[in-house]
Design a binder for this molecule. Structure first.
Ligand code: NAG
Length: 537
């Protein structure tokens, strides 16, 4: 009955949790809460240890006293008991003191501690969070070309106080890759686990267990010879390993078949390697490479000659509101025209937006182009919230500011979206406009506001490393600077989508990234687009 009531209570608690389970890793905001939670849990554990120690101390004192007494008594029981006080005290001990001992032994604080700590349980990260955190590390490895060894040593950019991972932790990361049938990362991390286990004394994970996983995943990426070597190494340590013997026979057989086909040339490795089946979904490879290179700061397509033509100036666009505080406009790319507005949102405004958004942050969704439904996707990992103009003066002021800067009406714009990207948080290449292909549900049809004509993207934090906005088709790269906004038109003047605006948010490598954006729509802009900064388009 007690259990049932408690179960119910926890259900209620779980409902009131503001994040959706399994999505903690998507935002630093949630991870921060975890840090405070853990510090509370440590305090509870220390309290439990303190109480248990006090209990055991009392028991120990009683045991010591009794030991001294019984030692004396047993040396000469008769004369000891001749003293009437000794006789009385002996009887008393049996009736009173030994009961106290029972009481103290029974009085464990274990259930008290467990019920104290259980308050935190509904807020624990889930297995999905663990998987998400691991996948974020793999993504960072891929995008920024980091070795498992460097990651395990915490050597990521110039971070200080780097944490290091032991063999078991590398193994656990490898296990996530294994369960995800991501053989490449399984091999990388099991190799690292093996290397570390061999230097640990005692190893934090059994070497044979690591070898078991490593030989299998090595086979899966097509390196048969190495898989056999690792299996033999496993059998050296554990001669009775059942699966080890099975695998050895299988690998030997496979090798024999291949060398038979090859007429014993023995150079099967290359062909084998070509068979590598990376099970991860195939994405647009050239685009992904361009995207990842830009994220690393490579292949940026902006020649000095081209750059010289770009302008940087203070402008008020003949709008009285901007006479005193003109826009600090800087054109940083020509095709598509990318404009930065420096110092266009203050630190105080940023803090206010974060406060307003925090309770509303949800894992960002994407629209399924076939069904029109909103879904989660691996390619967009962040948390976001929508703020309406009437939510707060600051939101309204920002809408007005965008209108003054761009000359475009906000009447048909979407609400302000605030997003927080945690470690590994990213948004792969996409268009902001709707492509209206035959098989696509027109995302904006119901709104009657037309397509997304332009995007204004405010950077609300610096990012220690990673997190750039990149345009892989043209080689443009914008690095987040707190207080700066980026603006571009998504549509050509004809109303057609401008395909050069395909862009992405690079994974956050170190730090946390806050942005907000306004998607501005077509309807109402008919006589406005030619005004202001857009005059030369
Ligand atoms: C459990 O929490 C209560 C209230 O904070 C505290 O008084 C008690 O000592 C805690 N018990 C243990 C075993 O930590």
């Amino acid at each position: 009955m007690v259990g049932a009531t408690r179960g119910l209570l926890f259900c209620l608690l779980a409902v009131s949790v503001t994040y959706v389970k399994g999505e903690m890793f998507t935002a630093l905001a949630d991870m921060e809460r975890l840090v405070y939670q853990e510090s509370d849990m440590v305090a509870a554990l220390k309290q439990y240890i303190y109480m248990e120690e006090a209990r055991l101390d009392e028991l120990k004192r009683i045991a010591d006293d009794f030991e001294a007494l019984t030692k004396k008594a047993t040396e000469d029981a008769e004369s000891y008991l001749h003293h009437p006080v000794n006789a009385f005290l002996t009887v008393k001990r049996f009736l009173v003191d030994w009961n106290r001992v029972d009481e103290l032994v029974e009085m464990s604080f274990a259930s008290d501690y467990l019920s104290n700590i259980s308050y935190h349980r509904p807020y624990f990260p889930t297995k999905e969070d663990f998987r998400g955190a691991a996948l974020a590390l793999f993504r960072l490895q891929e995008t920024y070309k980091l070795t498992a060894s460097d990651v395990a040593d915490g050597i990521i950019q110039d971070t200080k106080d780097s944490p290091t991972m032991n063999a078991l932790e590398c193994f656990e990361l490898g296990r996530v890759a294994y369960e995800d049938t991501d053989n490449l990362h399984t091999v990388m991390w099991m190799k690292e686990a093996l290397k570390r286990a061999q230097t640990e004394n005692p190893p934090s994970i059994e070497i044979s267990v690591v070898l078991d996983y490593l030989s299998y995943s090595t086979y899966m990426i097509g390196d048969l010879k190495e898989a056999l070597r690792l299996t033999e190494q496993l059998l050296d340590i554990e001669p009775d390993h059942q699966r080890g013997h099975g695998n050895k026979a299988f690998f030997e057989h496979e090798l024999a078949v291949i060398s038979g086909q090859k007429g014993d040339t023995g150079d099967m490795e290359e062909d084998e390697t070509n068979k590598v089946q990376d099970s991860r979904p195939k994405r647009n490879v050239p685009e992904r490479e361009a995207y990842e290179a830009l994220c690393r700061g490579e292949q940026v397509q902006m020649t000095p000659a081209r750059e010289k033509k770009l302008k940087c100036r203070l402008r008020h666009y003949n709008r009285p509101f901007l006479y005193l505080q003109p826009a600090k406009e800087e054109v940083v790319f020509d095709k598509p025209k990318l404009i930065l507005y420096r110092d266009c949102i203050s630190d105080a405004e940023i803090e206010r937006l974060k406060v307003l958004a925090a309770p509303k942050l949800r894992r960002a969704t994407i629209q399924n182009s076939v069904t029109g439904n909103l879904e989660f996707a691996e390619y967009r990992i962040s948390k976001s919230a929508w703020l309406r103009d009437d939510d707060d003066d600051v939101v309204m002021k920002i809408s007005k500011r965008i209108e003054y800067y761009t000359g475009l009406t906000m009447d048909t714009a979407e609400e302000l979206q605030v997003a927080n990207y945690g470690i590994g948080g990213h948004y792969e290449p996409h268009f902001d406009f709707s492509r209206r292909k035959k098989d696509e549900v027109d995302a904006f049809k119901a709104l009657q506001t037309g397509n997304r004509i332009a995007t204004m993207l405010f950077y609300m934090s610096e990012v220690t490393a990673g997190g750039a906005t990149v345009f892989p088709r043209v080689g443009a790269r914008l690095v987040p600077e707190k207080g700066t906004a980026a603006f571009w038109y998504n549509l050509l003047k004809s109303g057609e989508g401008d395909y050069s605006t395909r862009h992405a948010a690079c994974p956050v490598l170190v730090g946390s990234k806050w942005v907000s954006n306004k998607w501005i729509h077509e309807v109402g802009q008919e006589f406005r687009r030619k005004c202001g900064m857009s005059e030369d388009r």
